[in-house]
Design a protein around this ligand. Structure first.
Ligand SMILES: Cc1cc2nc3c(=O)[nH]c(=O)nc-3n(C[C@H](O)[C@H](O)[C@H](O)COP(=O)(O)O)c2cc1C
Length: 324
């Protein structure tokens, strides 16, 4: 399939694997890229810029296809060494960066001077328009369904994607709730040029996370995610577990007086325990409503092929058949 996104990133299929903290290591990113999609390493999971350099080298030893690096701009006082990470990205010859979180404007010049393609992930039309204005090459439009941070507007993809199509001139991919060929065809119909998936790619053979994480996704239904940190305006969609129940109880009890310190135990530094050790109740971890559509653990190659075959069959048989 040829779309503006496959052309922009020089990939075979319009399927991107979004950056994921403690999930998107070289093993997953290379597997997605080898399958003809676009794999992305999560920059900030690497503790220092030189660790990121090593991860890029590792990824390159596993694939000769294009892959990208995610840079998440966090709302934090002690910002990570972003210029250091970007220097490594440039020095290591990375050509695609997925930015997310805050506006990446401050770093756009550095990225553009190095001829890096930037796809910015955002959850609102106003931020997507801003991304286009500051020179991003594409946008990942992340609907309310998504795992991770859906923002504070709560607009699902059925509305958000056609709105993006109305407003944007640059290509965009649909992110949040994407799982299969049906999702891809729906996204294309709504004006997107591809899909970005997070949760679906965790339940793959190559995702280097503990089996308990994959099992939790398989057991979850579309009813099993919760929104945390709403009162802090840092909403995150996570899978329900004991730590999340405890956190939500604190939010209910403390109301507007809640601060980050009150929930630090449930959210800070929990990812290694969950993703690496499989201690599932160690804290809150991002997961999308799409868990309800995930029923197996294929390889990335099997998953990507299945999505493309299903999408082709829907377009050629089901949809064109309706016109007869
Ligand atoms: C476990 C997990 C960790 C994530 N970590 C990040 C991250 O560090 N940076 C980022 O930009 N997005 C992150 N995301 C969001 C994904 O890249 C993607 O946008 C999102 O999962 C799409 O929604 P879906 O899960 O419904 O496919 C994360 C998602 C998950 C499930």
């Amino acid at each position: 399939m040829k779309t503006k996104i496959t052309e922009l990133f020089n990939i075979e299929h319009p399927i991107i694997q979004g950056g994921m903290h403690y999930v998107a290591f070289a093993e997953l990113a290379s597997a997605v890229s080898n399958a003809g999609g676009l794999g992305i390493i999560t920059g900030l999971t690497q503790k220092t810029p030189s660790d990121l350099a090593k991860e890029i080298v590792r990824c390159r030893s596993m694939t000769n296809k294009p892959f990208g690096v995610n840079l998440t701009f966090l709302p934090t006082v002690n910002a990570p060494d972003y210029p250091g990470y970007i220097k490594v990205i440039i020095d290591e010859g990375i050509r695609i960066v997925e930015t997310a979180g805050r506006n990446p404007q401050a770093y756009m010049q550095m990225l553009k001077d190095a001829e890096i393609k930037v796809i910015h992930k955002c959850t609102s039309i106003r931020h997507a328009i801003k991304a286009e204005q500051i020179g991003c090459d594409a946008v990942s439009v992340d609907g309310f369904e998504c795992g991770g941070h859906p923002g504070e507007d709560d607009i699902p993809n059925m509305i958000l994607l056609p709105r993006a199509a109305e407003e944007l001139n640059i290509p965009f991919v649909a992110s949040g709730g994407m799982a299969d060929g049906r999702s891809l065809v729906a996204a294309l119909s709504l004006g997107a040029d591809g899909i970005n998936m997070g949760t679906r790619f965790i339940a793959t053979k190559e995702a280097p996370v503990h089996d308990n994480v994959k099992k939790a996704i398989l057991s979850a239904t579309e009813l099993d995610t919760r929104l945390i940190m709403r009162p802090l305006k840092n909403t995150e969609r996570v899978i329900k577990n004991a730590a999340v129940e405890r956190l939500l109880e604190k939010e209910a009890n403390l109301g507007k007086n809640i601060s980050f310190e009150d929930i630090i135990e449930e959210v800070a530094g929990v990812y290694p325990k969950i993703m690496m050790e499989g201690t599932m109740d160690a804290g809150a971890w991002s997961c999308g409503m799409v868990a309800g559509l995930i029923h197996d653990i294929p390889s990335c190659e099997e998953l990507v092929q299945r999505i493309m075959t299903e999408a082709e069959s829907i377009i050629k048989k089901r949809l064109s058949g309706l016109l007869k």
